[in-house]
Design a protein around this ligand. Structure first.
Ligand SMILES: C[S@@+](CC[C@H](N)C(=O)[O-])C[C@H]1O[C@@H](n2cnc3c(N)ncnc32)[C@H](O)[C@@H]1O
Length: 231
């Protein structure tokens, strides 16, 4: 069950969400999503779940990069975020986008329905991460891959200090100025600090059933891509 304050927060910032992402990451977030979905190319997925899809940026790059895709399901708990996604669908007649309002802790799909799953900056927001990871495992087919892209914390001491200064001072400030919501952009560094990064997250993924799990870092670990398999 999701903590109700999370959808309420995303409802407030939905219309500013994309612009804030570009401002905070200086446009690099799109490149991180694009590099991430390339890890699915080899398996040529047909049906993809983009969980916590928000305004659809991960689904957009997946649809551009993975021409094998025929069905993309964008699932999110906040209707106001999801409402901004459909115009981003690439004009491909062989591709169908389905937007569904649902909770990651209880997915409305049968077992093994998806070839692949993407979750961009979503898992951090789930109230019961192990439950949601188990749901992802359940709806993924055997041999499928789940990609979890999350905020990270750099390990190099200099970069880490710079990163926290940026994240704890600049991000809430631009959140206040450009989104009119300092609280939402204070939640971002706080939830990043509380997240179990790297091996601690992989441990949780193993508990959920995933195996052969790895991660790669973007920008010194400011963003981390976790690649999980159902074998
Ligand atoms: C930071 S946004 C990420 C959006 C998008 N994936 C991206 O890459 O930009 C997090 C999203 O997670 C969604 N979310 C939070 N808890 C959820 C839950 N329990 N089930 C489904 N979506 C959830 C929020 O509504 C929000 O749209």
């Amino acid at each position: 069950m999701q903590n109700p304050s999370v959808p309420a927060l995303f409802r407030r910032i939905a219309s500013k969400y994309d612009r804030m992402n570009r401002l905070m990451t200086l446009g690099m977030d799109i490149g991180w999503r694009r590099k991430s979905v390339k890890h699915l190319r080899e398996m040529q997925p047909n049906r993809l779940l983009d969980l916590a899809a928000g305004t659809g940026d991960f689904a957009l790059v997946a649809s551009q990069e993975l021409l094998s895709l025929r069905e993309v399901y964008l699932v999110d708990i906040t209707p106001e975020m999801l409402a901004l996604a459909p115009p981003k669908k690439p004009k491909r007649s062989d591709l169908h986008w389905h937007t569904i309002v649902a909770d990651a802790h209880q997915l409305p799909f049968e077992e093994g329905y998806f070839d692949a799953i993407t979750v961009g900056y979503g898992v951090r927001n789930f109230s019961e991460r192990l439950t949601a990871l188990r749901e992802m495992y359940r709806v993924l087919r055997t041999g499928g891959i789940a990609l979890v892209l999350e905020t990270g914390i750099p390990t190099h001491p200099f970069w880490k200090a710079l990163f926290w200064t940026y994240f704890r001072l600049y991000v809430p400030l631009i959140g206040a100025v450009f989104a009119g919501d300092k609280d939402a952009y204070t939640y971002l560094p706080e939830s990043t600090a509380a997240f179990p990064h790297r091996d601690r997250f992989l441990y949780l993924c193993r508990e959920a059933g995933f195996s052969e799990n790895t991660y790669i870092e973007f920008m010194g670990g400011a963003s981390i891509l976790y690649k999980l398999r159902k074998t």
